[in-house]
Design a protein around this ligand. Structure first.
Ligand SMILES: CCCC(=O)SCCNC(=O)CCNC(=O)[C@H](O)C(C)(C)COP(=O)(O)OP(=O)(O)OC[C@H]1O[C@@H](n2cnc3c(N)ncnc32)[C@H](O)[C@@H]1OP(=O)(O)O
Length: 266
């Protein structure tokens, strides 16, 4: 029965309302973290340390439509992630994991920009490599769980997505870029590698050659230079999954909360 339900879901069956629920339940069972105690990782310990760097918030709006909106909210620092926001993110992901009716997720930044990555003040204050590593493990776990949520997720990029902000966009199924927006893996300027798992996810999205170019050159990705199949920008064809997310995004965009990118249908 389980296999049958999965198969029906894979075949795009929509006749049974329980079909999607089954698949979501199974996917939820297979979701999990990258790092656990077997890797010497103690989330409670790093949570406590991260809370010492407060500021901003990660806000979750659960809409009756089953579409959730996750907002990175720290405008005075261009939505950089403070330590407490990292803990917030993990909590919001847990809330989404237990919201079984959630169908779609929009990840956006507050006040017209997406996210400028890790809060550099917190990064500097986490002064030893061990804690830096634990912070990265914590974020990799949270973003892996975000990506594995059994729903369609889209990063709505307005303004800049830099460093960890660029990595965050790779933890969504799709990236939708407003005109004038930029995604840039600026890590190399600081002698860093993407510590939030963004490099591995980027390879899956754009392939290893393109990922090397984007990471090694800190190339600015702008809406026109980011091919449609990387972003999931509107196109008449596409897979049923792409069409569903496009419809979802379009209704959100029509509602007026972000600027409509020129190449979206009017
Ligand atoms: C594994 C994760 C690795 C990482 O994410 S490392 C962080 C990577 N991100 C960055 O390097 C971005 C650094 N920020 C910038 O380049 C610029 O601030 C940015 C985003 C282009 C915006 O430039 P402008 O529009 O000129 O605005 P601004 O520089 O005056 O910034 C406004 C206020 O926001 C602050 N801010 C921006 N990004 C921040 C960050 N990541 N951490 C901490 N504070 C940050 C900035 O310091 C400024 O604050 P204040 O008004 O001077 O008090």
């Amino acid at each position: 029965m389980v296999l049958c339900a999965v198969r029906r879901q894979l075949l795009g069956c929509s006749s049974s309302s329980s079909c999607g629920a089954w698949a979501r339940m199974l996917q939820r069972q297979s979701s999990g973290c990258v790092y656990s105690s077997t890797h010497g990782f103690n989330p409670e310990e790093i949570r406590e340390k991260l809370q010492a760097f407060p500021g901003g918030s990660i806000d979750l709006l659960k809409q009756e439509s089953g579409v959730a909106v996750l907002t990175i909210n720290n405008p005075s620092r261009m939505n950089a992630f403070s330590g407490s926001m990292m803990v917030d993110l993990e909590e919001r992901v847990s809330q989404l994991e237990s919201w079984t009716d959630c169908k779609g997720l929009i990840v956006q930044g507050a006040a017209g920009t997406f996210c400028s990555g890790s809060d550099l003040n917190a990064v500097r204050a986490i002064s030893n490599p061990q804690d830096g590593m634990k912070m990265c493990m914590f974020m990799q776990n949270a973003l892996t769980r975000l990506l594995r949520l059994p729903l369609i997720s889209v990063a709505l990029v307005e303004g800049r997505a830099l460093g960890g902000g660029a990595e965050l966009t790779t933890a969504c199924d799709f990236r939708l870029m407003a005109s004038g927006s930029v995604i840039q893996f600026v890590h190399k300027h600081m002698g860093l590698v993407p510590g939030w798992g963004g490099a591995a996810r980027l390879v899956r999205i754009v392939g290893s050659q393109n990922a090397l170019k984007l990471l090694g050159g800190a190339v600015k990705v702008e809406p026109r230079s980011w091919p449609a199949d990387w972003t999931g920008r509107w196109s008449p064809g596409g897979t049923p999954r792409q069409r569903r997310v496009q419809t979802l995004c379009y209704s959100k965009l029509k509602a007026g909360s972000v600027n409509i990118q020129k190449d979206l249908p009017q």
